[in-house]
Design a protein around this ligand. Sequence first.
Ligand SMILES: [Zn+2]
Length: 678
Amino acid sequence: MTENPLLATWTTPFGVPPFDHIREEHFPPAFDAAMAAQREEYAAIAADPAPPSFANTIEAMERAGSLLNRVAATFFNLAGSRATEALQAVERDIAPLLARHNMQLALDPGIFRRVADLHARRAALGLAPDQLRLLDRTHMSLLRCGAALDEAARARLTEISSRLATLHTRFGQNVLADENAWHMALAENDLDGLPDFARAAARQAAAARGLAGYAITLARSSVEPFLTFSTRRDLRETAWRAWVARGALHPERDNATLVREILALRAERARLLGAADHAEYRLADTMAGHPDAAEALLRAAWEPAKRRAAEERAELAALARAEGHHGPVEAWDWRFWAERAQKAKHDFDGAALKPYLELEAMLRALFDTARRLFGITLEERTDIPLYHPDVRAFEVKDAAGGHVGVFLLDNFARAEKRSGAWMSSFRVADALDGRVAPIIVNNNNLAKSAPTLLSWDDARTLFHEFGHALHGLLSTARYPSQSGTAVLGDFVEFPSQVMEHWLSVPETLRAHARHHATGEALPEAMLAKLLAARNEGQGFATVEYVASALIDLALHRHSSPEALDLAAFEDAFLAEIGMPEAIGLRHRPIHFGHLFAGGGYAAGYYFYMWAEVLDADGFAAFEEAGDPFHPDLAAKLKAIFAAGDTADPMALYIAFRGRQPQVNALLRKRGLLPAEAA
Ligand SMILES: [Zn+2]
């Protein structure tokens, strides 16, 4: 038998995984070996006869598990973006084993004794600030896993973690299966209203399913343009109803049952750990600190957003009436009339903009922004093995030409890829034993066509995910646990969201937004209209988002989730908050992957708005300075990207901004302040 490539030394350029040699069946034995190796490393730390020191305990824990990190990073990245049946089967098996393994390490009494001893003596250890924070947070993270509880409670917590991992995996796989199972086949005469790019994407989607003609799928990049442009109200309704039913399209994939069990287990875990509910437990380890603080922010935006949405709906209804469509504006009408309203009000045409937002041009805009702000360059490499022909690799270099890291870019939607856009890493940066360079990946779900023309939203997503990527790439943290995006949950969206602002910088668009066929620059009149229209529809967008964030908190504060009737809860909740008719939740619980396909954003969908307070206020610093590339501010911003979790996020923000953030910047950015206060 040949050697398992996952366990061998990687001789690929920059140590990228040897994707061309890795097969699904390599993962189970590699996980076994890597978990065993980490268990031995931990056992050696716990059994060390020398008294605990920062080096022989905390730093040794940071070094442990490097093989497992490598195997798991490779696996979960592939499970997200190339989820073959075989890989999904491995995921169902491995997720609970891995969760159990991680809990057993965290609950090891020998390890906890050493960490607790160090923590009690922390002031006398002569530690640097990053080390002191690492010790504090390592200690707290063990406590939050239950390390100080009795044996029965620790055993139950391990069971809960393992079961949750199984449920998260099934939830995510069900959504993916629903998205793949459904399509709406269209003939030539069903395409009324669709611009060329949407027709091309629909033809591509049909071809990918072996069909003639056209197809609309439940990928956001397929269904949203259809809802925006199709003049066929009946087909829009069909598509919309299927889209919001993801997670419940088939009785065998009913996610409502999974949600109930997940919520019940999380609530039980929170109570074992001394919190009232999961939201209180989760938010104790965030900038917000408590669910009340998160909810207060969401509620501050809620009423102004509803007022604005009601005005928007009245505008849309008036426009519809003027075009001879009587009757109410329903959820499947909103995007359609909003698009027309933009045209009528700002003379702005989203479809006419797209030829100027070609993918390659927007990548040049993105990379140029990173160069001007942070002094890095990206060079495409073709000598690196990749896991799919659509994936591209770039070497990132600093101003002196030194190697910073590798950036992988996986742009297109396909059947084996989960929906949405995300950043992840194959290897995080650290400097514990000499610098380890990061390997970072961005996934998007753009509809593939030639050329690939982006919507304004697509381009913003590109900037957003690259902001996360820069957070990973620019990390100078010494310890892996503090590297890049390993920051408090409600701070993690700051680097990504602040990057979005540079897409709207006129000189960026003037330089890079060029017509894909003619090379003509974006006409100044169109640029002016775009900038005037870009905050249109913020009532709708804010309602859609805030309602999802509020229901997330409500579900995770529920006192008896084991008896939850999810559909009834959803209806009652929407009535209670006064959800505007004709706006759906951006994410309904049955397909809300942020909450239920993993635990990271559970009770944390508010993270985006929390971070938006910072990004709106933070970008305003550049506006006040009158230079979007102000060198001094850019250097201070880079320091936040570089710091990772080596310091308290509010302290990092204040070092950049010179003061605490102000909430009004967010409301102003979304156009939700009354005119006189704006
Ligand atoms: Zn993000």
